[in-house]
Design a protein around this ligand. Sequence first.
Ligand code: NIG
Ligand code: FE
Length: 406
Amino acid sequence: MKLIRGIGELVGIVPVGVLRKQGAEMDEVISIKDAFLSIEDGLIKDFGPKSECPAPADGDEVIDAGGGMVMPAFCDSHTHICYAGSRDQEFIDKINGLSYEEIAARGGGILNSADLLHRTSEEDLYRQTMERVDEMVSKGTGAIEIKSGYGLTTEDELKMLRVIRRIKGSSPALIKATFLGAHAVGRAFSGRQKEYVNLVCKEMIPAVAEEGLAEYVDVFCDEGFFTTEETARILESGLEHGLEPKIHANELACSGGVQVGASLNALSVDHLERTTDAEIEVLKGKRTMPTMLPGSSFFLGMPYGRARDYISAGLGVALASDYNPGSSPSGDMRFVMALGCIKMRLTPEQAFNACTLNSAYAMGVSDTMGSITKGKRASLIITRPVPSLAFIPYCHQTPFIREIII
Ligand code: NIG
Ligand code: FE
C-alpha cells in the first residue's frame, strides 16, 4: 500500500457512480481539509480526515504531501498530439495576417502536417508523440485522447493509430484513440471529396476496426471541411464498426455538426467557439458532452465558447487542450483551466470539474478517472501548499506541482 499523509486539502471527491456534472452540479467541488489517501494496486483504496489515517504497515510506502493539495490528474479529452515536426512557419504567416482558413486553402495547415507525417517513420513518429505525452504528464495530465487525422491515406492513418496503440502500452497515462480520417481531404483526392468520404467509410473505417485500433470516430464538420451529410455518413459507418462518435463542430462556422452529433448520440461535440441557442437546446437531455477548447480560441484569436450559457441551461461542459500543431500548440491543462476562468468566466470550481470529471466523461473514462473516488485509478497531482483551488488557474504559471502520481 502507498499512503499519502499530510494533505492540506484533498480536492475533487465525487461519490461512486457519478460520471459527469451538469448545470448547478458544476459549482460543487467536495474536499476534505487535513486528509490522507491510500492507494493499492494503483487504485484509490481509501481517503478521509487525518484522524482516520491508518498506521502504515511494514513495507508500505509513505508519502508526505507537506500540507499541499491533492487532486485528480487532469483528463484531456481532445488532442492531436500524434504529429510530425511542427508548423512554426505558419505561425509567422498568421502573424502576418493569414487566417487558419486561408492557410488551409493554400494547401498548408492539416495537409502540410500530413505531408511531413508521410515522410516520417513510424518509429520517429512514436518518439515525437511520446515526448509530447511525457510533457503532458509532467504538467499533470493523467488521461489523453489522441486522434489520427494527419495521415489522410489508409496506410498513414493506420500508421498513426499503431503509434497510438504502442503509446497505450508504454505510457503510464490512460490513452484513448480516435480515428479522424475525415480531418481534411487527402491530397491525392483534391477536388474529389465525395470519393475521399467513400474511402473513409469503405476502406479506412473497416481497416481500423479490423485491427481494433480506435475507440472513437471523429469528423471535422465545418465550413471548408466536411458537410453535415458527409459527417453523418462517416459517423454511421463508424458506429456500424463499433466506433463511438465524437465531432469537431462550430469552430469556423455554425456548421450543423452539433445537431448531427446530438442525433447520433455522440459522446462529445467539441470546439463550439460559435454557438447559437439552437445548439444549446438540441443538447439538453442528451448524453453528449459539450467540450470547449479555449487553447485554440487563444491561439487563433477566435471567440471563446459560451460555457456559462451551457451551464445555465443545465448542461455540463468539458474543457480540453486540442494540443495540435495548427491551432493549439500546447497541452497544458493548467493553462486551459486558466483560460476557462479568465476568458470564459467559469468559476474555478466549474473549470476544475470541466478539466477533470467532465473531460474524463468526454473520453469515456469517467468510471475510472477524473475524481477522488474509491476504486478509481490513483492518478493524482500533489501540489506545494496553495491557499485555495482558485490559486491553480489564477497562478497557472507558478510551478505549484510537487509530484505527479499516475
Ligand atoms: O481541432 N479543427 C480541426 N483540427 C484541429 C486543427 C488541426 C490542425 O490545424 O492541424 C483543431 O483545431
Ligand atoms: Fe481538434
